[in-house]
Design a protein. Structure first.
Length: 265
């Protein structure tokens, strides 16, 4: 139906439906409404299609989710795949559907805990949790930087500043993800391949960050992922441990896969 033929009620319902889709990644609507600086009652009215936001509030929502008003006013699943450079005709055979479609068995949807050496504290390691989700043929990654790491770099520690997202691609012997913080503040490249284990739930690889070369900083290090499943209740204990830790605090199999004393090549 063209926009000119839509009633205000239909537009509100469309906006509410898309906002529910975007909000589904957030376990707490209360926390999400606080991050957006929107009254919880009013936010619920947006979600239910009872109300439509003012232009300034709409702009704030778009900026937070990294979308534009076109996506909020059209069904999310009908947005053209040709709208981005990766799906363009120029790159289709190199970075198009053939590698954008990551089979579930290669990297299941759900939550993962990861471990790697810290980039800002060479004698420390970092634990964290990320989520892998799928929308149509696309596979996405989402997580949050530890507050302590953000504070050490003089960066705000609020949720929007800490959040990072990325897209995952299938390659010959594993998966690769390009990840960035909001507005491209930082970015990284991640590579993972599956490791033989009892439950077949481990991946190992490396992460490379996009910073200028210096003689005193690390730009690339090994990383291990462990699949935790789709249940948030199972993830919470690991999320509470996110941040810096000693090597001895890591799980034994994580220690083995990270090989901190072997040169990284």
């Amino acid at each position: 139906m063209p926009f000119s033929a839509r009633t205000p009620a239909q537009l509100r319902n469309m906006f509410g439906s898309n906002l529910r889709t975007l909000a589904a990644d957030h376990p707490s609507i209360s926390a999400l409404s606080r991050d957006l600086r929107i009254n919880r009652t009013q936010f619920n009215r947006y979600l239910s299609g009872e109300s439509f936001p003012r232009p300034d509030v709409l702009a704030r929502i778009c900026d937070f989710f990294g979308v534009d008003a076109r996506i909020l006013l059209e069904p999310v699943g009908q947005v053209s795949r040709e709208s981005g450079p990766i799906s363009s005709a120029y790159l289709r055979d190199f970075m198009g559907t053939a590698i954008q479609t990551v089979p579930e068995e290669n990297l299941p949807s759900g939550f993962y805990q990861f471990a790697r050496r810290s980039f800002v504290r060479d004698d420390q390691f970092v634990r964290g949790v990320v989520m892998i989700k799928r929308e149509g043929e696309n596979t996405y990654l989402r997580g949050f930087e530890p507050k302590t790491a953000m504070a050490m770099q003089g960066i705000p520690t609020g949720g929007p500043a800490r959040e990072y997202r990325g897209f995952v691609m299938r390659i010959e012997d594993g998966v690769a993800a390009t990840v960035a913080r909001r507005n491209g503040m930082t970015a990284s490249f991640n590579y993972l391949s599956r490791v033989t284990s009892f439950q077949n739930n481990f991946w190992v690889g490396y992460v490379a960050r996009t910073v200028r070369e210096t003689s005193s900083s690390t730009r690339m290090t090994r990383m291990v992922y462990e699949f935790l499943g789709p249940a948030i209740s199972k993830v919470l204990p690991f999320a509470r441990q996110a941040g810096f830790c000693e090597f001895a605090d890591l799980m034994p199999f994580h220690q083995r896969l990270l090989q901190p004393n072997d040169p990284f090549r």
